[in-house]
Design a protein around this ligand. Structure first.
Ligand SMILES: [Zn+2]
Length: 720
C-alpha cells in the first residue's frame, strides 16, 4: 500500500485541517476503509469560547465518511473531562453517549464516534483507526493471533474481541500501559489502530502495518512459505476459494437472465420495503460465486462489525446451477425474431429463487427472536446481498447509491476472505456477538442520520421524450421527489447530459440517459432492458414523446398522418406494452402516465392528425387501466393545453400555422391560449410535471383511468 502523504501539502495546514487531510487520505484508500468505516483524531490545546486554554480531542463524528471529511464532521471534546472516566470500572452505552455529549465544546457538533473514548484514553497526539482488508484477513482467521505475532512481533498489541465502547477503550489503554513501545493495535475481528506524535507518524504507521500484512498474504498466496498449517490457497493449488465448480454464463445469456429475473428478485426482497438493485459481475466476484468454498465461506460472518450495517451479517448464497439459468434464457423458436423483451420462462427456477429468498428472511427472523432484547425492532429481514453462481452479485439499497455502497462493502468482504484463506482459514464473530453488533443502537444511530425519505424514494421511472421542455421538467421533478429515472430521448447526447446534470444535483446513480425513438420497437425494448439492468425493475412510465402536425384534412398528406400515428399512437403502445410486461413480472403494481392533450376532449380545426392520434393514445391509456387493475397497475392521463415555455413541439412554424387557424397574429398566440382558459393563466412545463409526480405517487393510489387536466380550465375540454 502506497502512502499518499505529501509534506508540501500537509505543512501548510493547521492542526484541524491536517486531521481533515489525513482522514481523507485514509478514506480515499478503499482497502483501508469503506463507506463510513474507521475514525481519526488529534489532541490539541486551544482556546475555548471564553478564551481559556484547554485540551481538546478532535474526533470524527458518527456516521460521516472519511474520504469526504470536512471540519464540520469532527467533534471537539474536553479531553480532561474524558480522561477522568478512566477511573470508572464500567459504563453503559447510554451513559457513554450522554457523557460524550456533555463533554462537547460545541453543542452543534455531530455526535462523537462510538470509539471516541479509545482515542481519548490513549496519550498520543494523533490516532487512526481503520478496517483495512489485509488486517481483517489476518485477524479473521483461526490462528490470527499467532500470525499477527509473526508479522508484527511486539510492535502491534493484540486486543481480543470486545464490542466498541467504554470496555474496549479501557482494555486498549491497559494493554498499551503494558507495552508502551507499541505503535498500534490489532482489534480482533474488527480492525487496526495506529498512533503517533504527529499526523504523519500515525498515518505512516497505518500504511506500514497494512503493507506488512499485505506482503505476508501475498507471499503465502504464492505458496512460497507454505507451512503444514497453511491456508486453503496452498491446499487448493493457489486458489483461496477452492476449485471453480461453475461456469459464468456468457455475457448475453447473463444479461438476458438478469433482465428476466431482476424484477422477480426485486419483488421478493421488497416485501417489507421497496429497494433498488445493483449488479456486479467483475472477475473477483465471479471467482467467489463460482467457487467450491464460496457457499460455506459466505455464511461464516462479517469481516468487521461495521460492514453489517450495509450487508447484514451474511448474504444469501443462491443455490442454483448456472446451467439451468442458461437453459432458462435459451432462445426458443417462438421467441426468436419477435424483438420482444423476453423473460425467463423457467417457472421452476422462479419458484426456487423465491423460496430461497423467503427462507433467508425466515432465518433472519429466527435469529432475531433468538437473541432479541426488549424494545428491539427487527430490521428488514430480506437479504441485502445475493450471490448467484454463474451470474454475479446483486446488492440492494434504498437508492442506487446505497446499493452500490452495499456491493462495494461486500467486495471488500470477499477480498478479506481471500486473504484469510491464503494464510489460514476464515473465521468471524460468533452468532451472539454478531447479533449484539447488528442490533446495537449506537450503530443503528448512523442510519437515523439520513434525511427523511421523499414521496418517490425507492421508485424507478422511465420518461420518453425526456429532453423536451415538458420532459425535462418531469425528469427533474421525479428525481427531486426521490425517484431514479431513465431519460429516454431521440438525442442520446442530450439525454446523457441531462442525466449527468441531475446526478450532480441529486446524487450518484439517480438518472441514466438512453436513446429511444418510440416508433422503433427495438429502441423501446432495449431501453426498458437497460433500465431493468441498471435499477432492477420499474415502477412508473411517463409516456410523453409526441409530435404536432397542422393541416386541414383535405390537404393532409398520408405520410404526415402516418407519422403522427407512429409517434402519438404506436409509440405509446410500444412503450406501454414493454412497461406492462415488466410491471406484471415484478408484481409490485405500477403507474403508467400518458401525456395526452386538451385536444383529446376538445379538438381544434386543422389539427386532425394530432387530435386523432392523441385520441388513440387516450383510448389506449383507458384500456391499460382496465387490463392493469388486477395487477394494481394504474394508468392515467395528463391533459395540458398550450405549454409554450421552451417547447420543441411549438416550433415557429407550428405557432404561425396555429395562429392562422385562429385568425390571429403569431405573437398573440400565447395570450390567446391564456385568455381562453377560465383561470386566465399560462401553463408551464412545471405544472405538467407536478401533476405527473402526483399520479406517480401513492397520494393518487385510488385513481386510475383518469384524466387530470392542466389547462387552466377549458370549458369545452372538461372530462366527462
Ligand atoms: Zn471500527
Amino acid at each position: 500500500m502506497k502512502s499518499l502523504w505529501r509534506d508540501a501539502e500537509a505543512r501548510r495546514k493547521n492542526a484541524l485541517d491536517q486531521l481533515v487531510y489525513r482522514s481523507r487520505l485514509i478514506g480515499y484508500e478503499a482497502k483501508l476503509c469503506v463507506w463510513g468505516g474507521g475514525n481519526t483524531s488529534t489532541k490539541r490545546i486551544e482556546r475555548d469560547h471564553l478564551g481559556r486554554s484547554i485540551k481538546i480531542l478532535w474526533v470524527k463524528g458518527s456516521g460521516s465518511d472519511l474520504k469526504v471529511s470536512e471540519r464540520k464532521h469532527f467533534s471537539p471534546l474536553r479531553l480532561d473531562d474524558l480522561s477522568l472516566l478512566l477511573r470508572r470500572e464500567q459504563m453503559t452505552d447510554e451513559e457513554m453517549v450522554e457523557l460524550l455529549s456533555r463533554s462537547l465544546m460545541d453543542p452543534k457538533a455531530p455526535r462523537p464516534s462510538i470509539e471516541a473514548l479509545l482515542h481519548a484514553f490513549l496519550p498520543f497526539q494523533d490516532i487512526d483507526h481503520s478496517h483495512a482488508d489485509a488486517i481483517l484477513s489476518v485477524t479473521n482467521t483461526k490462528h490470527g493471533r499467532e500470525i499477527a505475532k509473526k508479522i508484527y512481533g511486539s510492535s502491534l498489541i493484540w486486543i481480543p474481541y470486545v464490542k466498541p465502547g467504554f470496555t474496549l477503550a479501557k482494555r486498549m489503554y491497559e494493554a498499551y500501559r503494558k507495552n508502551p513501545k507499541a505503535q498500534g493495535a490489532i482489534l480482533e475481528n474488527h480492525g487496526l489502530i495506529t498512533w503517533g506524535d504527529s499526523s504523519k507518524e500515525s498515518y505512516s504507521r497505518m500504511i506500514q502495518m497494512v503493507s506488512r500484512a499485505e506482503s505476508y498474504i501475498h507471499k503465502k498466496a504464492r505458496g512460497r512459505s507454505a507451512t503444514k498449517r497453511s491456508g486453503s490457497a496452498t491446499r487448493f493449488g493457489g486458489k483461496p476459494f477452492g476449485p471453480s465448480i461453475h461456469k459464468t454464463l456468457n455475457e448475453s445469456a447473463r444479461k438476458e437472465w438478469l433482465r428476466g429475473f431482476l424484477p422477480i428478485i426485486r419483488k421478493v426482497v421488497s416485501a417489507r420495503k421497496e429497494v433498488v438493485l445493483h449488479v456486479v459481475t467483475n472477475p473477483a466476484v465471479l471467482e467467489f460465486v463460482n467457487s467450491k468454498l464460496g457457499p460455506r465461506l459466505s455464511q461464516i460472518g462479517p469481516a468487521t462489525p461495521d460492514h453489517m450495517l450495509r450487508t447484514k451479517r451474511i448474504p444469501l448464497f443462491v443455490k442454483i446451477n448456472p446451467r439451468h439459468c442458461e437453459e432458462a434464457v435459451r432462445p426458443t423458436k417462438q421467441s426468436q425474431g419477435t424483438g420482444l423483451l423476453r423473460f425467463a420462462r423457467n417457472d421452476g427456477l422462479t419458484v426456487t429463487l423465491e423460496k430461497q429468498i423467503e427462507s433467508f428472511a425466515k432465518a433472519h427472523e429466527r435469529y432475531f427472536h433468538r437473541f432479541r432484547k426488549s424494545g428491539m425492532q427487527m430490521l428488514d429481514p430480506y437479504p441485502r446481498v445475493l450471490l448467484i453462481p454463474g451470474i454475479g452479485l446483486i446488492a440492494t439499497g434504498k437508492d442506487k447509491d446505497s446499493a452500490i455502497q452495499c456491493a462495494e462493502v461486500y467486495e471488500h468482504s470477499i477480498q478479506t476472505m481471500r486473504g484469510a484463506q491464503a494464510i489460514d482459514q476464515y473465521r468471524s464473530l460468533s452468532l451472539p456477538l454478531a447479533f449484539e453488533m447488528e442490533y446495537w443502537s449506537l450503530e443503528l444511530y448512523k442510519l437515523t442520520l439520513a434525511p427523511p425519505e421523499k414521496p418517490l424514494a425507492r421508485k424507478i421511472a422511465l420518461i420518453t421524450g425526456a429532453c423536451g421542455a415538458i420532459g425535462r421538467a418531469i425528469s427533474e421533478k421525479l428525481v427531486r421527489e426521490g425517484a431514479h429515472i431513465a431519460i429516454c430521448d431521440l438525442d442520446l447526447k442530450k439525454a446523457e447530459k441531462l442525466a449527468s446534470e441531475l446526478d450532480t444535483k441529486f446524487g450518484i446513480g439517480r438518472a441514466m440517459g438512453l436513446k429511444m425513438d418510440v416508433t422503433k420497437e427495438k429502441d423501446v425494448v432495449e431501453s426498458f432492458s437497460k433500465t431493468v439492468l441498471e435499477f432492477g425493475g420499474l415502477d412508473a412510465v411517463v409516456s410523453n414523446a409526441g409530435i404536432a402536425h397542422i393541416s386541414p384534412v383535405d390537404t393532409l398528406a398520408l405520410k404526415d398522418w402516418e407519422k403522427s400515428l407512429g409517434v402519438n399512437a404506436t409509440g405509446h403502445f410500444l412503450v406501454a406494452r414493454e412497461a406492462i410486461k415488466i410491471l406484471k413480472k415484478q408484481s409490485l403494481g405500477g403507474n403508467l402516465i400518458f401525456i395526452a392533450t386538451k385536444n383529446v376532449l376538445a379538438p381544434g380545426k386543422d389539427f386532425g392528425a394530432y387530435s386523432a392520434s392523441k385520441s388513440a393514445e387516450a383510448q389506449l391509456a383507458r384500456i391499460c387501466a382496465i387490463e392493469g387493475g388486477e395487477w394494481e397497475i394504474r394508468s392515467n392521463m395528463v391533459n395540458p393545453d398550450g405549454v409554450f415555455e421552451g417547447s420543441g413541439l411549438w416550433s415557429q412554424e407550428i405557432r404561425k400555422e396555429r395562429a392562422n387557424s385562429y385568425g390571429i397574429k403569431t405573437n398573440q398566440l400565447e395570450a390567446f391560449y391564456q385568455n381562453r382558459n377560465l383561470l386566465k393563466t399560462q401553463i408551464l412545463p412545471s405544472d405538467v410535471a407536478n401533476s405527473v409526480a402526483f399520479l406517480a405517487s401513492d397520494e393518487s393510489s385510488k385513481t386510475t383511468g383518469c384524466i387530470l387536466t392542466v389547462d387552466g380550465g377549458v370549458r369545452e375540454a372538461f372530462p366527462r
